[in-house]
Design a protein around this ligand. Structure first.
Ligand code: SF4
Ligand SMILES: [Zn+2]
Ligand SMILES: [Zn+2]
Length: 307
């Protein structure tokens, strides 16, 4: 029973406290608000763009961010990326549009097809490459570029605590520790002048909490999974973490909270002026090497692009 309201609970917190629907919504919103404030994610004069996939996380993020920003006279805009993944993206983009129409949020869409003359599906037919690697590189590129072209000073993503714990383990297992310096609830200031600072308002929320919130708020989410997700490294890591969490509650938080303690040191090591990110000589976007990862990828697939 919910202690406060004496009605059936919909959620049980880690400390065994049971929450009814209204108490859960209150708990969730309070925690997100605290994250927004603690990390000063939104400042006066910010132009805010939220990346919107049409899934539960990005919709929840946009909804709460829009409420928060409205009170400060800031109009949040949404940016969706259409990678061209049949049976999946068209469904989530339809949901995204429904959501933005309902809440009167301007929605902009950028597609792989329009920007690069190929879809992720056509690319994968021609190239043996990990779908999520290609998809992630180009999508991040387009989100940053698209947000900047909309004048954004902050771009929000719907990453939750599960996503962050997974990313941290993936970087650790692959020996990409420098990638972790780019994680955290808000990206550092010293990255690159073309980089729009990224914020993650749902940073401390568990995935299952976000899913429950989206359901309770009746957001128009069709729970579909990308056909490329099966067998993806992230999914495997997610399963390992879920199993560990079952046996050792608090595992995910443990990973993320201990990471936050070492994050300043990581950034010092990988993002000082000395190690600052350079500029891609082909497109002018931020790049760790001579060319950014998107241009490197496009170079590899040139013959396909011409088809
Ligand atoms: S599962 Fe992989 S391919 Fe599908 S949308 Fe996510 S990153 Fe892209
Ligand atoms: Zn209650
Ligand atoms: Zn480039």
């Amino acid at each position: 029973m919910c202690k406060k309201c004496s009605i059936e609970p919909v959620y049980v917190l880690q400390n065994n406290e049971q929450l009814c629907k209204q108490c859960f919504i209150k708990y969730f919103e309070k925690k997100v608000l605290k994250t927004l404030r603690t990390y000063k994610m939104i400042e006066k004069g910010d132009v805010v763009v939220a990346a919107l996939s049409g899934g539960k996380d990005s919709m929840t993020c946009l909804y709460l961010l829009d409420n928060y920003c409205k009170k400060q006279g800031i109009q949040v805009q949404a940016l969706a990326i259409d990678e061209g993944i049949e049976t999946y993206r068209e469904v989530t983009l339809k949901d995204a549009k429904k959501f933005c129409d309902y809440y009167k949020i301007p929605l902009h869409t950028l597609s792989f097809k329009k920007m690069f003359e190929f879809t992720l599906d056509s690319f994968l037919k021609e190239h043996k490459m990990n779908p999520c690697t290609a998809c992630g590189i180009i999508r991040r590129y387009l989100i940053n570029r698209g947000a900047r072209e909309l004048g954004a000073t902050k771009v929000a993503t719907g990453h939750n605590l599960d996503d962050e714990a997974q990313s941290l383990l993936m970087n650790q297992f692959k020996g990409n520790i420098s990638f972790s310096a780019k994680l955290g609830p808000i990206t550092g200031v010293l990255m690159h002048k073309q980089f729009v600072r990224r914020i993650k308002p749902l940073y401390f929320m568990l995935e299952k909490e976000v899913a429950l919130y989206a359901v309770l708020k009746e957001f128009p989410v069709t729970f579909v999974e990308c056909p490329n997700a099966q067998g993806a490294f992230r999914l495997q890591i997610g399963e390992i973490l879920n199993n560990l969490e079952k046996d050792y509650p608090g595992t995910k938080q443990g990973i993320v909270y201990s990471f936050l303690e070492i994050l300043p040191k990581l950034r010092e090591q990988f993002q000082t002026e000395k190690g600052a990110i350079g500029t891609c000589q082909s497109c002018g976007e931020p790049a760790a090497k001579t060319y950014c990862r998107t241009c490197e990828l496009l170079e590899k697939i040139k013959p396909v692009k011409k088809k």
